[in-house]
Design a protein around this ligand. Structure first.
Ligand SMILES: [Zn+2]
Length: 339
């Protein structure tokens, strides 16, 4: 790296960086994910509970303790926080993920349950939120930035802020109380309208995928093409954009063949010169005598009985059923003068 920067006639000090108002420089807060012996899910629960109480009385005896939790059920997404003085329960927008909810619970606890001039110990069973906070970058989820901002502001009122991960379902009474509280949520609890942009995006991605599938199932193509996996499922098995395009065209019967070219006025003969049949993808893959040797080899490798099931729909369903089959298909396309 040093050489690279020397070559560029600059140094790492000159890279425009993330604003260091947040966590980077001064110790804004402590985050403990695995520093304590109770932070080990392999321990039996009674031991976790005892080790936790020991750690609190040794390390955090003068801290104001706050526990938070979030819950998601069919009816409600909720957040809760509790200290030995107060507590809160709110409903939040159901589009929010449990990750967002856990982070929002801590944000809300900082606002509502903090005590001025006392050190704060915040307990959460969300490992992922604390980890995200610890690794804060410009690309972190917005809710993590929000949490970091809240902590930064609170820092002016409290001496020390400590965030500690507590293993869930381990009989730590603070966790149990927060968990119970979050689950007691009803229609009558106040609603907080906050919503995370990341959760909106993933929500619409799901919806759009469902819509696409739905409109395909109701289309005239469904019958001839059959149930094909989405390209999203196949993409991890494909090596490059070119393979992606080839497979998408094969599955939608839009691969370039003389018959297809003829349909668009780009080829003068739609028929196979050997068999005198429509020279479309079905003919080439399933019937054309020119490829009979390649076809037998391919079908043997795919364990596909063409005599039993002479349909392109069935053939492709077999060929895209797993990665090995898909790779075999792609490798053999050259022998069929496709690809
Ligand atoms: Zn032919």
């Amino acid at each position: 790296m040093d050489n690279l920067f020397a070559d560029l006639d600059t140094s790492t000090d000159h890279i425009i960086s993330f604003p260091d108002t947040l966590f980077s420089r001064n110790n804004v807060c402590e985050i403990h994910l695995s520093d304590f012996s109770f932070q080990n899910k392999d321990h039996p629960v009674f031991l976790i509970k005892d080790l936790f109480e020991e750690a609190v009385s040794n390390e955090f005896y003068d801290y104001h303790i706050i526990a938070t939790d979030a819950s998601k059920s069919r009816s409600f997404t909720s957040i809760a926080g509790i200290s030995n003085l107060q507590s809160f329960v709110y409903r939040i927008h159901p589009i929010n993920s449990i990750f967002t909810a856990e982070a929002l619970a801590i944000c809300q606890a900082l606002d509502e349950l903090s005590v001025t001039d006392k050190n704060l110990l915040l307990l959460t069973d969300s490992y992922s939120v604390l980890q995200a906070l610890k690794c804060l970058t410009i690309k972190s989820p917005k809710v993590i930035h929000r949490l970091a901002g809240k902590i930064f502001v609170r820092k002016n009122f409290n001496q020390k802020i400590c965030l500690v991960w507590t293993p869930g379902h381990s009989l730590i009474h603070w966790n149990e109380k927060a968990d119970l509280l979050a689950k007691t949520v009803t229609e009558s609890h106040p609603f907080i309208e906050w919503i995370a942009s990341e959760d909106i995006i993933s929500h619409f991605q799901t919806i759009s995928l469902q819509k696409t599938n739905h409109s395909f199932q109701n289309s005239k193509y469904q019958e001839s093409i059959g149930d094909i996996p989405t390209m999203l499922t196949l993409t991890p098995w494909l090596k490059n954009r070119r393979e992606d395009i080839i497979i998408a065209r094969l599955l939608t019967r839009m691969i370039i063949t003389p018959a297809l070219l003829h349909r668009f006025g780009l080829h003068n003969n739609p028929r196979c010169q050997i068999c005198n049949r429509d020279n479309n993808i079905e003919h080439i893959i399933l019937f054309c005598s020119k490829y009979s040797n390649h076809r037998s080899i391919l079908c043997a490798k795919l364990n596909f009985d063409l005599q039993l099931c002479p349909s392109l729909k069935a053939f492709f369903q077999n060929a895209v059923s797993d990665k090995r089959h898909l790779r075999i298909l792609l490798q053999s396309l050259k022998s069929f003068d496709i690809y």
